[in-house]
Design a protein around this ligand. Sequence first.
Ligand SMILES: [Zn+2]
Length: 319
Amino acid sequence: MSKKVIIPFIVLAVVVAAISLHIIGKTYYELGFVLTKSTPSATNPPVMNRTPKNKNTPKKTPSPPLDATPKPTETVPNTTTVPPFSEIDLALANSLSTRSQHGATSNEQRNLIEKYGGYYKKDQGLKRIYLAYNLGTEYGHTHALLDKLKEKNVKATFFVLGAYVKEPNRSILERILEEGHVLGSHGYSHANQTNTNEWTVEKLVKDFENMDRRVKDLLGEDVNIYYYRPPFGYYNERMLYIARQRGMTPVFWSFSYADWGTEDTEDINEIYELYMKNLQDGMITQFHISNTDNIKVLDKFIDKAREMGYEFYSLDERR
Ligand SMILES: [Zn+2]
């Protein structure tokens, strides 16, 4: 039943994306400086009347992107991963499974994630590594991580919490974009949103809208977030459908560990061995930087992985 609905959306997505992709691509990394603050919940139109955002994008005259030099190794954009925003069918959303899932360990979970264009690994068969960090409680470590990534010339992906997107963190978020990393959403509200007593379809949609508003208010109207990692990694089919309709790719992970403690590990080699044990083609990580282990390990890990033929990428194929 859901296939009948999803397939026309995907066909439409490919056509519209093909027309507008170069414009969206050019504007994606620009940093605007629109500072008007608004209450997110007060400014959003009702869901059913929501104008698809892709209609607005082509009207803009793109100014030169910050990163204007064409990269010779630029990959061909994969339009199927960049669908435009579409209307969310509330009746359909309400009919989808609300069964709570976590991560991508079972076949059922992997099939569900793939059905909505999501990743838990990427480019399997290619020696590629996608470092991804959840960015909320970082105790001032993010600059050191960005310094290290810059030194090693590695692009990564940062899934930010709504609460992190605020003025005191503006310089960090701007630096993330300026240095070619990718911003994703880890939820406006960092709650287990599979609790359906509280998280109705309308409330879920509002959470996405609030995140969008918050990012644009702080970083500029041209900054779009295309990647979505649900809070705590808990999700249901409803959430994946809504994310997909809003043009976002759900992203899980193939490697995470209990790295959210604030104490550094005494022997960084233990962390290094853990990384190496989980190294595989298309690996996507879920790391935190509540301590500095995941920063300290990078020199050795990146060098070793490169020596083995691996390359590091952000999740974004559109640059
Ligand atoms: Zn989290």
